[in-house]
Design a protein around this ligand. Structure first.
Ligand SMILES: CCCCCCCC(=O)CC(=O)SCCNC(=O)CCNC(=O)[C@H](O)C(C)(C)COP(=O)(O)OP(=O)(O)OC[C@H]1O[C@@H](n2cnc3c(N)ncnc32)[C@H](O)[C@@H]1OP(=O)(O)O
Ligand SMILES: NC(=O)C1=CN([C@@H]2O[C@H](COP(=O)(O)OP(=O)(O)OC[C@H]3O[C@@H](n4cnc5c(N)ncnc54)[C@H](O)[C@@H]3O)[C@@H](O)[C@H]2O)C=CC1
Length: 719
């Protein structure tokens, strides 16, 4: 609702009330219309102030209303009547004004923001554009380049930046509403013509075509396949080149296409999924609302290689005291230098002081005796990790949480080496750990809810999107990656090239195809693991065993590449060729094509034409099938957990919602039918056999994704 009152004898105060963010649901919209009418028709009222309750102006349209019949007054006429009012209207922005909330403020004649408030037009992140005239008013107010930046990125800006851009008129340090009321009284009688933004001419831009072309090109590169950023540019272009009324019409047309698009549905799903996963639960019933964490002041990182360095930086930048331990002399020296550089660069970007003094370096484990939490990041070697956990348990004070950054190994085996196994959890960061947003928090069978709560809260403090998952090989992300990568290799055997597969995946929206990722992370990493697992045979093996391991189909192609010394970017040669070792510019390599032809000839394989569609179906459906298995096994609490892991950790295009949401969009019967088809053609690939949960969901009429948790309960109760 919107509450109306008369304050200071002459100011009509309209307070938006719709907790928690005062979203513009139908009831609020009715409330605004009624209150504005009251204020404008009351002769005692000389000016109007609009604010939100509980220190929050307005979080924009009520996203939960999208996809419903959206009854109630529309926003555009409401904002026009505010702007046309003959009494000054002032927006008092506390907390934030986002999307429709900022568009409401742009309809007002003046905007006053609290110094801690943030504003923005984040519609693009929901697959939309600011279609309550925001795309037309903002460029008129702050100019085309700044508006383009805000509208196409959706970023939230501080009150200080908003003031600098001319988006707000004043910043208040204390009671914003009181300041706005006084301000509203002070401007009574002043002409309002110059305050009505829709009357403004857009400030002229030299080389307007060049500017729009540059922005468009950048967007095509960074938001591969996403339609909303492109529509945002087109809408701002309309503001820059057309009269307001025509620009508004263009905005409306563009929004009509976006509003019902699959991309908007996917992005809005991601918005809510991100919030769902923060309310974690464990199969034993423990959950975020029943489990308390404990404050962490001092943490340790063990092993300062690729991951440990990033984790130490992320902890220090969050304000924790960190003891960073590395045993190898050269690594120790290199790590100190590298961490210092990362802190410096981070400080430059954020404008803060580099947190060098937060980190103490040591080559001795005794230095961590008084820390509250340890994150182990030594080599991926179970024997070593077990030894380290034994030492940690001896050295650390009782009650210290012991976390491992392992990407695949059994948390419980490490916990078993300690005196308090209930304090052991996985904290699986992604490289580079100070940049990547995802954190998989892995609970073993003995992990306490308190330990999970601590890791989840720590992740949140570090600005990570944290997802709690169960303990199995590869957890959620890496477990699902395996069948996807296997399919990519099998497709090479059957006639594809690395560039054909990567192109199909990149056109789908991945930032990088499977083989570019291999080259980036190093082919030798997986080779080492496969060797330890006894999967690698010299020369790839021969005869029947060459392409079968432990009874299932296996491609030795990756092993053979490593035997040739082709480890990827680091050696300048991998699935692509590079100008020099370390270079990132991947070029197709005729050597690889010959190598694949020889391989096929040796194994009697006849190359066939492989379509983009087949690449996507084989790679993605195999991955999705594993996702259903993960749900069936209770490793992830719901499809949202899997989707958020893929969107934030594995470059899955957000506008496609994550693998499980994508399956839901494609249609579960289609996914099942294709998997059955591929499984029949590949009986030696068990990961293509459709799993029970998928079959049960289809048999029960393919419920929407929001109902899968319920369906999963039935499957679990039958087990
Ligand atoms: C042809 C049709 C024409 C239609 C025209 C429509 C044109 C438009 O007018 C378009 C729009 O406004 S689209 C909406 C734009 N606004 C946004 O994107 C802001 C979304 N919210 C946020 O960023 C953060 O919640 C925020 C920064 C605000 C607060 O962050 P916090 O971390 O403090 O809190 P959260 O945990 O994120 O949120 C608390 C609870 O509020 C729910 N929520 C937030 N924003 C909402 C919103 N706009 N609508 C509905 N629910 C919303 C959020 O889901 C969470 O709920 P629970 O998870 O249940 O607690
Ligand atoms: N590299 C990646 O992209 C990711 C790796 N991980 C996991 O993180 C862990 C570390 O991986 P990386 O950083 O890539 O390895 P790395 O090889 O770059 O670094 C490991 C470091 O640990 C040090 N170390 C070994 N034993 C030690 C001990 N007893 N005490 C102190 N330091 C010791 C080594 O000297 C080395 O500097 C592994 O478990 C890996 O699976 C997880 C996510 C991503």
């Amino acid at each position: 609702m919107a509450q109306y009152s008369l304050v200071s004898g002459s100011v009509g105060l309209i307070t938006l009330k719709n907790p928690p963010v005062n979203a513009l649901g139908a009831v609020v919209r009715h409330g605004i219309v009624d209150s504005v009418e009251k204020a404008l028709s009351d002769p005692k009222v000389k000016s109007v102030v609009i604010c939100g309750q509980n220190g929050m102006f307005c979080g924009g349209a009520d996203i939960k209303e999208f996809g419903t019949d959206m009854k109630g007054p529309p926003l555009i006429p409401m904002f026009h009547s505010l702007e046309a009012a003959n009494k000054p209207v002032v927006a008092a922005i506390e907390g934030g004004a986002f999307g429709g909330g900022l568009e409401l403020a742009l309809g007002c004649h003046y905007r006053i923001a609290h110094s801690k408030a943030k504003v923005g037009l984040p519609e693009v992140t929901l697959g939309l554009l600011p279609a309550a005239a925001g795309s037309q008013r903002l460029p008129r107010l702050i100019g085309v380049p700044a508006a383009l930046n805000l509208i196409t990125t959706g970023r939230h800006i501080t009150a200080a930046e908003a003031l600098q851009l001319g988006l707000v008129d004043q910043v208040a340090d204390h009671n914003t509403v009181d300041t706005a009321v006084k301000f509203a009284q002070s401007v009574v009688g002043k002409s309002l013509d110059s305050r009505r933004i829709s009357n403004f001419q857009c400030p002229p831009v030299p080389n307007v075509d060049v500017l729009f072309e540059e922005v468009m090109q950048k967007i095509r590169q960074t938001s591969r396949g996403a339609i909303a950023p492109i529509a945002c540019v087109q809408a701002v272009r309309a503001a820059a080149t057309l009269p307001y009324k025509d620009g508004l019409q263009k905005e409306k047309e563009l929004m009509a296409t976006l509003f019902t698009s699959g991309q908007a549905r996917s992005l809005q799903y991601c918005f809510f999924a991100q919030r769902v996963v923060s309310r974690w639960s464990m199969p034993n019933g423990a959950s975020w609302d029943t489990s308390k964490g404990r404050p962490i002041h001092k943490a340790a990182v063990i092993g300062l290689g690729t991951m440990g360095r990033g984790i130490a930086v992320a902890l220090a930048q969050t304000g924790f005291s960190v003891v960073a331990v590395e045993t190898q002399e050269k690594q120790f020296m290199d790590a100190k230098k590298a961490v210092a550089g990362m802190l410096e660069r981070g400080a430059k970007r954020s404008g803060k002081v580099a947190a060098h003094d937060k980190i103490i370096y040591s080559q001795n484990l005794q230095a961590i005796a008084d820390v509250d939490l340890v994150i182990e990041a030594v080599f991926e070697d179970m024997a070593l990790k077990k030894r380290v956990f034994r030492q940690l348990s001896d050295v650390c004070k009782p009650g210290t949480f012991l976390c491992t950054n392992t990407s695949t190994l059994d948390i419980d085996q490490m916990a078993a080496e300690t005196r308090q196994p209930e304090l052991v959890v996985g904290m699986h960061f992604f490289a580079p750990a100070h940049v990547m947003k995802l954190l998989e928090v892995v609970y073993g069978p003995r992990s306490s809810p308190e330990a999970v709560a601590v890791a989840m809260q720590l992740g949140k403090k570090m600005g990570k999107v944290s997802v709690a998952v169960g303990n199995c090989r590869g957890f959620v992300g890496n477990r699902m990656l395996k069948p996807y990568r296997d399919q990519a290799y099998f497709l090479l055997e059957e006639g594809a090239t690395p560039e054909l597969i990567d192109q199909a995946l990149e056109e789908f929206g991945f930032a990088m195809g499977a083989f570019k990722v291999y080259d980036l992370s190093g082919l030798d990493v997986g080779w080492k693991v496969r060797k330890e697992e006894g999967l690698v045979l010299p020369g790839g093996g021969s005869g029947k065993s060459a392409r079968i391991r432990q009874g299932v189909r296996y491609s030795p192609l990756g092993d053979l590449m490593c035997e040739e010394g082709r480890f990827g970017q680091k050696t300048g040669r991998g699935w692509y060729q590079y100008d020099k070792p370390g270079s990132r510019d991947a070029k197709p390599d005729p050597w690889v094509h010959r190598f694949l032809e020889d391989y096929r000839a040796r194994h009697g394989l006849v190359a066939r034409r492989i379509s983009n569609q087949e690449v996507l179906e084989r790679c993605l459906y195999a991955m999705i099938n594993e996702g259903f298995r993960i749900l069936e096994d209770g490793i992830a609490a719901g499809p949202e957990d899997i989707d958020i892991i893929y969107v934030f950790g594995y470059g899955w295009p957000r506008h496609r919602g994550g693998p499980m949401f994508y399956a839901n969009m494609v249609g579960l019967p289609i996914v099942l039918e294709r998997l059955e088809h591929f499984a029949q053609a590949n009986p030696d690939v068990p990961t293509l056999q459709p799993c029970n949960l998928l079959r049960k969901l289809v048999a029960s009429g393919s419920p929407p994704i929001s109902k899968w948790r319920e369906a999963m309960k039935n499957v679990h109760s039958q087990l």
